[in-house]
Design a protein around this ligand. Structure first.
Ligand SMILES: Nc1ncnc2c1ncn2[C@@H]1O[C@H](COP(=O)(O)OP(=O)(O)OP(=O)(O)O)[C@@H](O)[C@H]1O
Ligand SMILES: Nc1ncnc2c1ncn2[C@@H]1O[C@H](COP(=O)(O)OP(=O)(O)OP(=O)(O)O)[C@@H](O)[C@H]1O
Ligand SMILES: [Mg+2]
Ligand SMILES: [Mg+2]
Lengths: 228, 228
């Protein structure tokens, strides 16, 4: 479903070049549940942003469903992002002037989904992340963990084939975190949704089929382990 | 050092009243290390913001070093916040146009600290949170965990008597999280700094002298435990 070849990302700050990802080869087949962990600053969010097609590599390729994305136009990339990918950002990135309901609904406005169907899906997702009574609240009227759950719901509302989640439980207590992971696991096991989850939380890693360790922009090839 | 009496905070949204904290009695003596945990939305950040004097209660009192803060003017509150309190926000709240160095230095600009002393302190703190080489980076050039560590360094730079930290390790891998907690523990044990730390991370709770559980805006009186 997702593949990278020699994926490299450099940030340039004046004369200094920071190599955030260094020639990374990665692959996930449809229905995989991959967890990526590693130290702060090791390249996890950079990797996820490249997989999510919201950033472009310095060199190397990202292949989505077998197709090299480097060749796509902005419009082609936008369509993939809109229809196939759900992304939970490390800093949530909710729209401050919209309610929780409107934030979750937002990605559907770019698709051909009827208003009734949007309401049904948004309502169901707010329910399943425990925020049914919070639909009208704006982000500044929500706790940190409540905002995080709105971000998770938003990532799922277009029923994407691939969900990329950056620390989806960092601001959640363990019971709420388990509810969220149960939701993701259900989508993975019942609907074959592919997951790539960045996390420091060992409890999250237990849901994974594979765990990859990243350090200084490279995956530890010795560190992968697979649950059969 | 810190005390609350019948502390209550309501948020009003139109006709709806949300009681985020319900008549909370709390106290910490100088040198205490208190951890507060509890479910998402249970009132932890609300409690911390009231203790930090950046929000005012609906009813009840916050006493700082024995003095009721409700009677203080805005100027009096500002002085306490500036001189006595260090606060790590759940969402960091770094200033985007300033570098990491300038963000950490910022609270000192409101005090009578010489430029040389500011440079010494900021340099030492960036070093001890592992960001010595990142001084010139702006927040958008830092990873999530790097921003979190800048926020921690900033909370400590005025050498406050009381440090209030909202999820200070949520975005950190466990090794970096332990470094940060070691730093806080050192300040607590060697300099008698009082800590109130909100966290979901069980590893953080191990550094505490007391752990309090909060639920629906109230502390579980049965849940407190003390390490002698
Ligand atoms: N401005 C506001 N208006 C209305 N309700 C609010 C507002 N701010 C917070 N709340 C509500 O107050 C309750 C307590 O919020 P608080 O941020 O203290 O929770 P928390 O324990 O820190 O949660 P988390 O672990 O998710 O960070 C939550 O239910 C939240 O929705
Ligand atoms: N715009 C930028 N300019 C320069 N360097 C950057 C920029 N963005 C990120 N970096 C650097 O790239 C490296 C990788 O960052 P990334 O955000 O991918 O790390 P991460 O593994 O997600 O870390 P964390 O666990 O702290 O969230 C870090 O050292 C970071 O400082
Ligand atoms: Mg990150
Ligand atoms: Mg909070």
């Amino acid at each position: 479903a997702l593949e990278t070849r020699a994926l490299t990302k450099d940030y340039l700050m004046g004369k200094e070049r920071v190599r955030a990802l260094d020639a990374v080869d990665f692959s996930a087949t449809q229905g995989d549940f991959v967890v990526i962990n590693g130290p702060s600053g090791s390249g996890k969010s950079t990797m996820l942003n490249l997989l999510a097609l919201i950033d472009r590599p310095t060199s190397g390729e990202v292949l989505f469903l077998g197709e090299p994305t480097g060749a796509l136009s902005e419009g082609g990339l936008a369509q993939l992002r809109r229809d196939q990918i759900g992304l939970v950002f490390q800093t949530f990135n909710l729209i401050p002037v919209l309610s929780a309901f409107e934030n979750v609904e937002y990605p559907l406005l770019l698709t051909r989904t009827s208003r009734a169907e949007r309401r049904r899906r948004v309502g169901a997702l707010l329910e399943v992340v425990g925020l049914a009574d919070f639909a009208r609240r704006r982000p500044d009227e929500l706790s940190g963990g409540q905002r995080q759950r709105v971000a998770v719901a938003r990532a799922l509302v277009t029923q994407p084939r691939v969900v990329l989640a950056d620390e989806p439980t960092a601001n959640l207590d363990s019971a709420t975190g388990r509810q969220i992971m149960g939701l993701l696991q259900g989508l993975n096991q019942n609907h074959c949704v592919t997951f790539v989850v960045v996390t420091h939380d060992p409890a999250v890693a237990e849901y994974a089929g594979r765990v990859l360790a990243i350090r200084d922009g490279r995956f530890d090839s010795g560190a992968e382990h697979v649950d059969p």
